[in-house]
Design a protein around this ligand. Structure first.
Ligand SMILES: Cc1cc2nc3c(=O)[nH]c(=O)nc-3n(C[C@H](O)[C@H](O)[C@H](O)COP(=O)(O)O)c2cc1C
Length: 326
């Protein structure tokens, strides 16, 4: 029987419970994508609040990528010192931290094979840099129609070289492994469906995930394009992508992380005990209540107060609309 508060290990790294804070872009980096005190303080509060693993908001590994306001960049060594301050702050509270390595957008079919090789290389270099900055690992962001998610989608990828289909993902994993130590965790987040005609289906997702499991990925976080669904209610419609995640978990040995619309201890307990899903991941509930995991562990197991309005997407620093600090 699994419980939310089991201690586990991932690639030999001790995790104090089964809760991940899913990647949540804060929009608080400076104009050049450098770390700020506001970001460190937000993650420190989350680390204090009890989650075992914090995945940072999406962080661009490319100097020429499209830019979304306040997004962190990590494309050269000048970014390392700021991120070292962040990883130190999180580690002080006994949590682990993974850098979500991403690109916002870019061409797919138009790239030559050598240019696609360069994309692989910059993800690998970012992983190497992440280890130097004290991260416990990285998460390859291949979800939500950010660049890699498009790269592996039949909607955008009509290539005929080694980068057809989802070929870029094992190449990135292999490059990252070659540039990091044996204890460095490499995980990924992927769409279980593009939720778009002609895009990735659940079958495609299973094929890619199996491929990545065989290639040695350390964990797979299962999402989909309709990422932050509104109108989630505890005990009513939790676990937006449970079916796909449970299906995958039944097929691979690699730990599966379920994200999306999880709100109550009861439902999470059912997920853990009725499926082989190993970890659960929360975004908006921890925006509403950064201390939620401690609250649950201390015995107050009332569901998350998050009403899934997604108002946090529109506030400064992506705060909850119910507890905005000016
Ligand atoms: C404000 C905000 C920013 C987000 N930023 C990211 C991100 O940077 N990377 C990512 O993979 N998902 C991002 N997400 C999606 C969440 O990680 C998560 O998959 C989604 O919100 C569903 O989980 P929830 O129901 O617990 O909120 C973001 C969500 C929110 C609300």
């Amino acid at each position: 029987m699994k419980t939310l508060f089991d201690e586990t290990t991932l690639r030999g790294i001790r995790l104090k419970n089964r809760v991940w804070r899913s990647a949540t872009w804060l929009g608080l980096a400076d104009a050049n994508g450098f770390m700020t005190d506001a970001i460190i303080s937000t993650y420190e509060t989350l680390a204090e609040g009890g989650a075992a693993v914090i995945v940072t908001g999406l962080t661009s590994v490319s100097a020429t990528d499209a830019h979304i306001g306040g997004e962190c960049k990590f494309y050269d060594n000048r970014f390392i010192d700021g991120h070292r301050r962040l990883t130190d702050a999180v580690h002080r509270h006994g949590a682990r931290i993974l850098l979500q390595t991403a690109m916002v957008d870019g061409p797919v079919d138009e790239l030559t094979t050598a240019q696609a090789d360069d994309v692989v290389t910059i993800f690998g270099d970012a992983a190497q840099r992440a280890e130097q900055a004290g991260y416990d690992g990285v998460q390859i962001h291949a979800a939500h129609f950010f660049y890699l998610s498009k790269f592996i989608s039949p909607l955008f990828n009509h290539r005929t070289d080694g980068y057809h289909g989802s070929g870029i993902l094992p190449a990135i994993l292999s490059d990252m492994r070659s540039k990091t130590s044996r204890k460095f965790c490499i995980t990924m987040k992927i769409n279980s469906s593009d939720e778009y005609p002609g895009g990735i289906t659940e079958d495609d997702f299973l094929v890619t995930s199996r491929l990545m499991a065989e290639a040695g990925i350390d964990a797979i976080e299962v999402s989909a394009n309709g990422t932050s669904r509104t109108g989630i209610r505890a005990g009513v419609n939790e676990g937006s992508f449970l079916e796909a995640a449970a299906h995958l978990a039944g097929e691979v040995e690699v730990p599966v992380v379920l994200v999306g619309g999880l709100r109550s201890v009861e439902f999470i307990g059912q997920v853990l005990n009725n499926t082989k899903v190993e970890y659960i991941s929360l975004s908006r509930p921890l925006i509403r209540e950064p201390n939620l995991i401690n609250r649950w562990q201390q015995g107050d197991t009332a569901p998350s107060k998050c009403v899934s309005c997604s108002g946090c997407y529109r506030t400064e620093g992506h705060q909850c609309v119910f507890n905005i600090k000016q």
